[in-house]
Write a protein that binds this ligand. Structure first.
Ligand code: SAH
Length: 242
């Protein structure tokens, strides 16, 4: 997935930025880079800044004009930091990724077009685009570095295509999660213990037990954590009995 997306850079003047773009793309598993009349390419600065993404640079295709670079694309999005006096239909990066980053749009070639470092894209170039792509940011300082802009767009696509890994919480995941039956055993044990130590009366416990269930369900206990909690309950009961 995402192989249908092409990153197109128009007349980039700093070759280091081209390398940084290649790196940003490869980080997000995107590999198709197209360069429209780059000032210097290939260049040692590009290779240096690509740091290991030289395969993306090697595969990069160079074009003389934007229309040639996007000729095989069904959808063209022009990234711009500036509000234009004539209004183009605009999408923000996340919306772009949600609309076109999934499997549903995978059969169309999509060009993400980025402009020059000093002057962005011309209105004539934006005329070739279906949408203007914006990265929301500080309205008083809205121009990102070229590679940073590519990074944000590709990151949003990566997330929307469902490839980001779930956040981890320490070593959770090594133990299987507790089953419903194990949780019921725990709740009975908890209720019994709370009654034994005089914390509550079992007949008047419904609302507190519901809240406690909600709390433990939120935590999604694994079997090891459940063992620890039951150990504490056993200990409290024994201690109380003495
Ligand atoms: N000074 C230029 C901006 C150059 S930044 C100008 O005034 O237009 C280089 C490129 O990065 C821009 O052409 C655009 O494609 C992209 N870019 C930078 N910031 C962006 C933003 N906030 N939203 C969308 N694209 C952005």
């Amino acid at each position: 997935m995402l192989s249908n997306f092409k990153v197109v850079l128009v007349e980039t003047s700093h070759p280091g930025n081209i390398g940084a773009v290649a790196r940003a793309m490869k980080n997000m598993e995107m590999f198709e880079l197209r360069l429209v009349a780059p000032k210097y390419f290939p260049h040692a600065d590009a290779t240096a800044r690509a740091s290991g993404a030289d395969d993306v640079l090697r595969r990069a295709e160079v074009y003389t004009g934007l229309s040639e670079a996007i000729a095989d694309c069904q959808l063209v999005l022009g990234a711009s930091a500036r509000d234009r006096t004539i209004s183009w239909p605009t999408v923000v990066a996340r919306e772009m990724a949600e609309r076109w980053g999934g499997a549903a749009a995978a059969d169309q070639n999509v060009a993400l077009v980025f402009g020059r470092e000093n002057s962005g894209l011309t209105n004539q170039e934006l005329d070739l685009c279906h949408y203007l792509l914006r990265i929301p940011c500080n309205p008083d300082y809205s121009s990102l570095n070229l590679a940073a802009a590519v990074q944000v767009a590709c990151y949003e696509l990566y997330v929307a295509s469902g490839r980001q890994h779930r956040s981890g919480v320490g070593d959770q995941g090594e133990e299987p999660l507790a089953s419903a039956e194990q949780m019921e055993g725990f709740y009975e044990h908890l209720l019994q213990t709370m009654a034994d130590i005089g914390f509550l009366h079992p007949e008047r416990s419904r609302s507190i037990m519901r809240r406690l269930r909600r709390l433990f369900n939120r935590a999604q206990l694994d079997t090891k954590e459940l063992d620890i909690l039951r150990g504490i309950l056993r200990f409290s009961q024994n201690h109380n009995a003495k």
